[in-house]
Ligand binder design. Structure first.
Ligand SMILES: [Mg+2]
Length: 321
């Protein structure tokens, strides 16, 4: 579309231009035509930058179920069904728990669920590190997990200095404490954040198992106060906070629903973890290591703009909360 418009415009304009003006115009046209298609790569973290076979996802699921039983007092035999329903309907179990009325401290939840993960299963990945560092584009992490987990996982993978910043749970759901701290390290992407997690516990817990067991046409699911993928509004906020143009960004994630939501907000999409490309995915990669075979054009650019990141900023100064 843009190419057609530029061609037509070029023909029309060239009839009225002096030769000097025509040369200037053609130079600009040529530069625009050579402009790389993407200037930003947006990466999910868990099961995208390391494989599912690490076992972290399975352990995380077990920890969530233990948290629900131990901290929220839910009977054991309902936990699997409840957590599956919440995850399916709200993007994360945590977002679902808040939606149906459970109130709890977010930091406590994250430290319980992630604190005991087998991080030693994650090994340094010099091959991925080299691929990332040679990419002349902005690279940003976008995860539903908290900043402590993101920093720890990236450090174990040896990728802590490969990204410009991290959009994490706290970025989209800043607590009053985060908003008031004025922490200079958090300022970069926090400045635009507007939502807070000042929430109040509901007087009653919504029975989501009963809701799906006997659906009533008039019944609707309660909304969650937590912003996370795959909500389109959450993805759009993340893009705005990090000043990302979706039309010029490739979004990598292992979740089909996150990829499909990303597509709906205008991102170009890459499903990671399978070579089967579902609807909504522009590409599918069995492993993130296949990125160069599938998308060699990402490296084929002479345009060194200010998007060219040198990897000098340590993760501790670029984690966004
Ligand atoms: Mg993931």
């Amino acid at each position: 579309m843009l190419t057609c418009f530029l061609s037509l415009f070029k023909v029309l304009r060239s009839s009225f231009l002096s030769s000097r003006e025509r040369m200037d115009y053609e130079d600009r046209y040529r530069l625009l035509s050579q402009r790389p298609k993407y200037d930003c790569l947006l990466f999910d973290l868990d099961d995208t930058l390391y494989p599912l076979s690490s076992g972290l996802a399975r352990e995380c699921g077990n920890n969530i179920k233990d948290y629900i039983v131990e901290k929220l007092g839910i009977v054991k035999d309902k936990v699997v069904e409840l957590s599956n329903l919440l995850y399916k309907n709200y993007g994360t179990t945590m977002a679902g728990l808040r939606a149906v009325g459970y109130d709890f401290d977010y930091d406590d939840y994250h430290s319980y669920v992630h604190g005991r993960l087998p991080y030693d299963n994650l090994k340094p990945d010099p091959q991925l590190r080299s691929l990332l560092l040679t990419l002349p584009l902005r690279k940003i992490i976008f995860t539903n997990a908290d900043k402590v987990h993101a920093a720890k996982a990236l450090s174990k993978l040896g990728l802590e200095d490969c990204f410009e910043g991290i959009i994490c749970f706290e970025t989209l759901n800043p607590s009053r404490k985060d908003m008031d701290s004025g922490d200079e390290n958090d300022v970069e992407f926090l400045r635009s954040a507007s939502a807070t997690t000042d929430v109040h516990s509901s007087p009653e817990i919504f029975d989501i198992i009963g809701h799906f067991a006997q659906p009533k046409p008039s019944a609707t699911l309660p909304k969650t106060p937590i912003d996370c993928k795959p909500q389109e509004s959450a993805i759009e906020r993340a893009l705005k906070i990090a000043n990302i143009n979706p039309q010029r960004t490739l979004f990598f994630d292992d979740s089909v629903r996150n990829i499909q939501a990303g597509k709906r907000v205008g991102l170009h999409t890459v499903l990671v973890g399978t070579s089967q490309r579902p609807k909504g995915a522009d590409y599918a990669l069995e492993s993130i290591h296949n990125i160069k075979q599938a998308l060699p054009e990402l490296w084929e650019t002479d345009v060194k703009s200010d998007a060219n990141y040198t990897g000098q900023v340590a993760i501790e100064t670029s984690v966004i909360a």
